[in-house]
Design a protein around this ligand. Structure first.
Ligand code: FES
Length: 103
């Protein structure tokens, strides 16, 4: 099981925002959906678009390249063209720090 590592402060990702952070050589997207933090891979499974440049809409991450969508909680595809889900990572908030377990 992966260890939790600090990736950001809670103030770094405002409600409705998504930001990308480097964790152990991987790009990790941290999203703040209605005050709860979620983390996923920051790479669209359709054509490797950077999801952090997209929008967070009703709990779905919309890829800026072709409009594919993923459920921010589960990584499941909710709108084509992507065919495969994105990875999600466990998130833990400790004080003002956001920690993510990236495998
Ligand atoms: S690269 Fe994300 S929908 Fe095409």
């Amino acid at each position: 099981m992966a260890d939790f590592v600090t990736v950001a402060k809670v103030t770094d990702v405002k409600p409705g925002q998504m930001r990308s952070f480097a964790v152990d050589g991987k790009r990790v997207l941290v999203a703040n959906w209605e005050g709860t933090f979620f983390a996923t891979q920051d790479l669209c499974t359709h054509d490797n678009g950077t999801l952090a440049d997209g929008e967070l809409i009703d709990g779905e991450i919309e890829c800026p390249r072709h409009g594919g969508r993923f459920d921010v909680r589960t990584g499941a595809v909710t709108a084509l063209p992507p065919m495969f889900p994105i990875k999600t990572y466990a998130v833990h908030v400790e004080g003002d720090q956001i920690l993510v377990a990236v495998d």
